[in-house]
Design a protein around this ligand. Structure first.
Ligand SMILES: NC(=O)C1=CN([C@@H]2O[C@H](COP(=O)(O)OP(=O)(O)OC[C@H]3O[C@@H](n4cnc5c(N)ncnc54)[C@H](O)[C@@H]3O)[C@@H](O)[C@H]2O)[C@@H](O)CC1
Ligand SMILES: Nc1ncnc2c1ncn2[C@@H]1O[C@H](COP(=O)(O)OP(=O)(O)O)[C@@H](O)[C@H]1O
Ligand SMILES: [K+]
Length: 495
């Protein structure tokens, strides 16, 4: 499991570590790691042009010291000193190594340097930042955004809140973020994750001083360890039976896709219940599902299940409302998605039950549930998922380009295994089926949600392979995704 921390948690740990070391040691460790990543991104260091955007704090100090290392190896390094102050020791090191400095007010000079660079290092602000970038930082971040060279962000992309991932105004878009000591939450959740690019973690010895994490991200190894596997003596009932109440005569595909997700995620059996049209399609597509055609909105004749998937394509009329009430009245875990959420939005107290509830909204569905504005949720998904989990008393899996799973009293889980190709109709229905299948196999709501998001993202990558995918292909790629957890070569990478 990868773990990530808020700026305050990092600062506290850093103070404790720093007290044990000679002054300046940590920054040199950080800068050495940063310089190595920069050097690896250049075809060759000697003769290349590197521009450092340097703020007034230690983030700028990291950039200057790394710049000194690159200058000693023959790079032409220009530091743009954007702050009213500068890290003196860092600047002295850079100048001694042959680097030069500029002030951002110096006409077109700085713009030309940035545009002509082979590599740009963003050392404007790190975990000491507060609020939107002020000038001249904001202008420099924008100039860097127009440059052809890749940007390496020091610790966090400037403009991204390290603790929350929030971006007020503009922020630096990094190809790579070199983060010091430990991952920051803002690098793993939207919108910050989008600005961070690839994240490289530099070990500066902070580990023993870190508290419990703010958020965690599953790895291949942790998913492999969590995922239920059939034992020698397993039978289909003991492996877990999942019931799917989804689809309507209008939305038949949602039923097919949710059942497809459930079938490929390891449940011993999938029971599907719905009206005649989706029943016909589920039967035709998935002969292995046990299907009950409903004349009435009742689940009395469906048979026993260990968890329900409720909602994709269900509609929101009387039929749907009746089914939602009946499924939520059972005593097994329930996953509520899509129209199931639209129905309970009228009375969220329906979600209060003894057995676990996992809800899987996208930002629009969460907005209908909590009354928050969709834009506010998208700007701060982690905070909104946490607030909804506390307010509704359920586990919340909030979908987006990164997915957040929040449960009160536990570190949130974040997932970045997906691909933008997943942004296509029906992939959410597949995710519901997967997570419901894992609930039926006995995982708790947080594990079921986060493992489902992980596998769904991985299956999305396999299904897409650089081209458009279909939701059905994501369901069918699940076995390959699960198999890949065991591959020796499939080393866990930072998200
Ligand atoms: N504390 C430590 O032990 C270590 C810190 N390191 C580096 O130090 C950084 C933190 O350094 P600092 O605490 O000096 O803080 P920063 O360098 O992140 O920023 C501090 C200064 O930036 C300015 N500022 C803040 N918000 C701004 C905004 N929105 N617009 C424009 N200017 C703004 C303020 O003048 C503030 O004093 C880390 O992110 C990391 O890069 C590393 O060297 C590792 C060791
Ligand atoms: N840009 C993206 N990058 C990665 N995953 C994405 C992106 N956009 C959407 N997804 C994923 O695709 C799925 C879409 O689900 P949802 O919004 O419910 O769509 P639908 O209702 O059409 O099934 C979610 O799992 C979401 O996390
Ligand atoms: K930075």
């Amino acid at each position: 499991m990868f773990t990530a921390y808020t700026a305050d948690q990092i600062r506290t740990a850093e103070r404790a570590l720093m007290a044990t070391l000679p002054r300046g040691t940590l920054m040199l460790r950080a800068a050495t790691g940063l310089a190595a990543v920069c050097a690896a991104m250049l075809p060759r260091v000697y003769g290349s042009r590197v521009v450092l955007l340097v703020g007034s704090g230690d983030n700028g100090g990291d950039a200057l010291h790394a710049g000194a290392v690159l200058a000693r190896r023959g790079a032409g390094v220009t530091a743009v000193l954007a702050g009213s102050r500068v890290h003196e020791a860092g600047l002295a090191a850079l100048l001694a190594a042959g680097g030069v400095s500029r002030k951002p007010g110096g006409g077109d000079d700085v713009r030309r340097a940035v545009e002509g660079a082979d590599l740009i290092v963003d050392g404007l602000v790190g975990i000491g930042a507060s609020g939107a970038l002020r000038e001249p930082y904001a202008g420099l971040a924008e100039t860097a955004g127009h440059a052809a060279a890749p940007v390496v962000a020091v610790d966090v992309p400037s403009g991204v809140d390290a603790s929350t991932g929030r971006v007020e105004g503009g922020a630096v878009r990094a190809a790579v973020t070199v983060t010091m000591g430990a991952l920051k939450t803002g690098l793993l959740v939207d919108p910050g994750a989008v600005y961070a690019g690839r994240v490289e973690l530099i070990d500066i010895g902070l580990g023993p001083y870190l508290p419990g994490p703010d958020v965690a991200a599953l790895t291949r190894a942790s998913v492999r360890a969590t995922l239920p596997r059939p034992a020698a003596a397993s039978d289909k009932y003991r492996r877990g039976v999942v019931g799917v109440v989804a689809g309507s005569d209008q939305y038949t595909g949602a039923a097919v896709l949710a059942v497809g997700g459930a079938l490929h995620a390891g449940a011993g059996m999938v029971r599907y219940a719905g009206p005649s049209r989706p029943v016909g399609q589920v039967r035709a597509r998935w002969p292995e599902a046990v299907v009950t055609e409903l004349d009435e909105p009742s689940i009395d004749d469906v048979g026993r299940v260990q968890a329900w998937v409720l909602g994709p394509g269900l509609g929101t009329g009387r039929w749907a409302r009746e089914l939602v009430l009946r499924v939520l009245a059972t005593d097994v875990p329930v996953l509520v998605d899509a129209d199931g959420l639209n129905v309970v939005a009228h009375d969220v107290s329906l979600l209060r039950r003894t057995a676990p509830v996992l809800i899987t909204p996208h930002a629009g569905e969460l907005a209908r549930l909590t009354g928050a504005a969709r834009g506010d949720i998208e700007a701060a998904p982690l905070a909104h998922a946490r607030a909804a989990a506390a307010e509704l008393g359920v586990t919340v899996l909030l979908k987006g380009s990164t997915t957040v799973v929040a449960e009160e009293g536990e570190p949130a889980r974040v997932n970045g295994t997906g691909t933008p190709w997943l942004a296509t109709g029906g992939t959410g229905d597949v995710l519901s089926g997967i997570a419901g299948s894992l609930l039926a196999q006995g995982l708790g709501a947080r594990d079921a949600g986060s493992c489902a998001a992980y596998l769904h993202g991985l299956a999305g990558r396999i299904a897409a392979d650089g081209a458009p995918l279909t939701a059905a292909a994501v369901a069918e790629a699940l076995p390959a995704a699960i198999r890949s957890l065991d591959e020796e070569s499939a080393r866990s990478r930072l998200p």
